[in-house]
Ligand binder design. Sequence first.
Ligand SMILES: Nc1ncnc2c1ncn2[C@@H]1O[C@H](COP(=O)(O)OP(=O)(O)O)[C@@H](O)[C@H]1O
Ligand SMILES: [Mg+2]
Length: 301
Amino acid sequence: MTPDLLEEGAKRREAYIARLEGNRAPGESGGQAASFGHVVSSDVVDTSNGGILYVDDITVSFDGFRALNKLTLNIAVGELRCIIGPNGAGKTTMMDVITGKTKPDSGRAFFGTNIDLLRLRESEIASRGVGRKFQKPTVFEQLSVFENLELALKMDRRVRASLMHKLTSADYDRIAEMLKLIHLRDSGSRTAGDLSHGQKQWLEIGMLLMQDPKLLLLDEPVAGMTDEETERTAELFLSLEGSHSLVVVEHDMKFIGELVNGGQREKKKIVTVLHEGSVLAEGALADVQANERVVEVYLGR
Ligand SMILES: Nc1ncnc2c1ncn2[C@@H]1O[C@H](COP(=O)(O)OP(=O)(O)O)[C@@H](O)[C@H]1O
Ligand SMILES: [Mg+2]
């Protein structure tokens, strides 16, 4: 980051902290009486402006090669955003920046208006409510499906406080609901290693959801799935739309079509096309599919 960006970031942070101090509720540490009812703490995402993710002018270079080149991307609360683009376009690198795995050379990235993602470690970003699904399923193969979800529940920051936490009936209900949501209702006692590839992917998504993320980043979630599994994954994501914000990177255009045309159709969904580290096109699916440059670099191949 350049010094002026750093300075700007520091100023923004100071202004934000000043605002916080002024808005603190009585009894909270800091002690000042609140003048407004709206209280934000620095680890709770502030989405009062309607945005959940602001990626601004991000550049990432690897040995001089720009994997991301002034990338700007904004995601609204509750949005389901599809991102497409050729191999090497920078899609995974973008997720690496948002989740703190890669620190960019320049630019800014905020979770809500208040959480500066570039100042946080990976674990801190995850605990603020950014969940990420990598391409390869990473469930605990030796454990049962239920135990996998139970472990994920115990990783939840709200439950983690009690190390010896025993499952309450509310926890059992939550796991049962999750099993249903991820199409594994009758598979709780199965060993995770015996699940199909698609079922493992669902289980991992369920594990992410147990930690109640506000924003979910899904990198090629249906790669290797059967057609039926792919359709059910689209249904699952559509059922999360609204209550969660989702960023889905995929190559499977049939799946993208199902996501865009299903669910809350009154909301026009935006599709973003990445190419050479920048946004090449953004808009309705039909418009990006008709875009000559998009056809040339991606869809026409
Ligand atoms: N750690 C890294 N070191 C060097 N080059 C990388 C690294 N990660 C990604 N790249 C390069 O950056 C470009 C973008 O990669 P990536 O974000 O994985 O693209 P996508 O996910 O869109 O296929 C590719 O050319 C890739 O080879
Ligand atoms: Mg990738």
